[in-house]
Design a protein around this ligand. Sequence first.
Ligand code: AHR
Length: 661
Amino acid sequence: MKPNLITKITLCGLLLNGFYANAQKTNLEVNTATTVTKIQPTMYGVFFEDINFAADGGLYAEMIKNRSFEFEAPLMGWEQPNSDKHSFNTTSGIATTVKALENKTNPSFCRVLINDAKGFSMINEGFRGMGIKKDAKYNLSLKAANHNGAIKKIIIQFIDKNKKVLGETSIVPTANDWKGYNAQFTATQTEAKAQLKITFEGNGTIDLDMISLFPEDTWMNRKNGMRKDIVQLLYDMKPGFLRFPGGCIVEGRTLAQRYQWKKTVGDVEKRETLINRWNTEFTHKPAPDYFQTFGLGFFEYFQLSEDLGAQPLPILSCGMACQFNTGELVPMEELDPYVQDALDLIEFANGGTETPWGRVRSEMGHPKPFNLKYIGVGNEQWGPDYIERYKVFEKAIKAKYPKMIIVSGSGPFPEGDYFEYGMQELKKLNAEIVDEHYYKSPQWFRENATRYDSYDRKGPKIFAGEYAAQSVAIASPDNRNNWECAFSEAAFMTGLERNAEVVNLTSYAPLMAHEEAWQWTPDLLWFNNLEAYGSANYYVQKLFATNRGTDLIAITKDGKPVTGQNNLFASAVKDSNSKEVIVKLVNTSATAQEVNVDLKGTKLQTKGTIITLTSPNLQDENSFANPKKISPTEKGFNLKGDKAQTSLPPYSVTVLKLKMK
Ligand code: AHR
């Protein structure tokens, strides 16, 4: 036979096989009466890390980059177009920075010498521009010391790239010494790439610091607030927990650059700026202007958790810098301050207002405790150094707070020596919850829906704390949030759900990315300075989280769990609050599949709802131009007796919802 013919016959055979397999109905059985296990309210949560400009330039609504002149290059983000920056003989004026040594955490400020007020301006570029909306109000604040009252007025304007003014206000600086000033103004036009221009009336010297600008319309209208559109996307997911602040950012490239929560609470202007560890991590995506001002700090994360109805889940440094970078270690005999940070954090979150850290929380506006139940020790650590340090944290935390649930980590990979060693040791220590991370191919996700079927039911509970299908490879800048990745994650998530007895918390990672300033892709949400949208993966997460249920029930085919036979994956839950039975079905094949779900055990109402998430092409994605291209559609359907019959579209995630009588 000629090779061509062989190929044709084989191909034909394969197609026919596929056709017959898919043309026949698949019969599934759901036992609605028996609870297999409880689904934890924390089952589906969100993982927040300040990567991809997720905090400054993203969720945190501050619009000025380098507002307090503390970046390594202290005038980064600021232009002074008509000034000769290298000479004091400038005709128009010059802005330089000065360090006030008495101010330890925010020492630098900007000294402006104005020779010719008409010629001099300072322009802040924002985070790849500033997104402003027509008729929206913006709140500006700054601190100024006006030497000898020389400057009569500070004029503040939004401008576009042609220098057209898009809104204006002014401040009269009345004091020689440092004083705070506020002004509000309205944008006259919508513009994604606006900048803030500052000009002056009068000649002489004025010092400026903390030049800050927020939209009035932040989430819950809070000052120092968050972007409403981004929080809304999170809120709509109904996440069971919020993990913060990362990720590798917890560890730091060096110990000195680790995340220190105590430096992120209290007065915003006293919080110490730190280089973001993603600033230089990837040569393919350098971000030299990426710093952490910590305006979004631990108080704000706790508050956000509360707003979202999510359990707060802070993760702390365990005295090990990122092992992919320096791997610096705190000697065991110097670990105490790190452990104390954990104990103090619990007091900050839960302590009475009479306690030192409880008082700090109360003074920040939250006298009631945040009801912290979980705390994480280390992020992606591995090896004996981690286990040794974990033991010290565990002992100290449990001695003071026996009910606090400690999350430990199994390292960066879901298999291999680091993982095996970590898991084995943590099991010996009766660890309560172990965090696992997997950034793998979509195929891996489809093939690993049974991962937890064999996990010891008496062993540690699992936090699938960071996972995402990678269309190319981990850390590749070419990874896409495409539909194949999203439905493969859905297939895998039926496996997480079927194993809810072991898997208690799960989260996709990373959570979000700025369209122009990202370092890591894929990401659950994408935003620019004006808009934000959820990827196809977001809608998968949202479907599972908003249909979490309270009780796992069995769904089987021929008595076996549905884990990819004929490219079909399934899980089922009951919700004792909404009195619903919820069945999740994922068809990862290129053809439609007829399914017949036999629901036995409880009387159900005939009318149900079917939600479908699908797209014809594996490479399809959501985008700013078409943000809901892949998003759920909902319609009614009728049970036939005890049976739900439906056709699952090719490449689809389907949720069937039925009311119990
Ligand atoms: O999510 C991006 C990074 O991946 C996290 O910071 C880290 O924990 C993991 O390696």
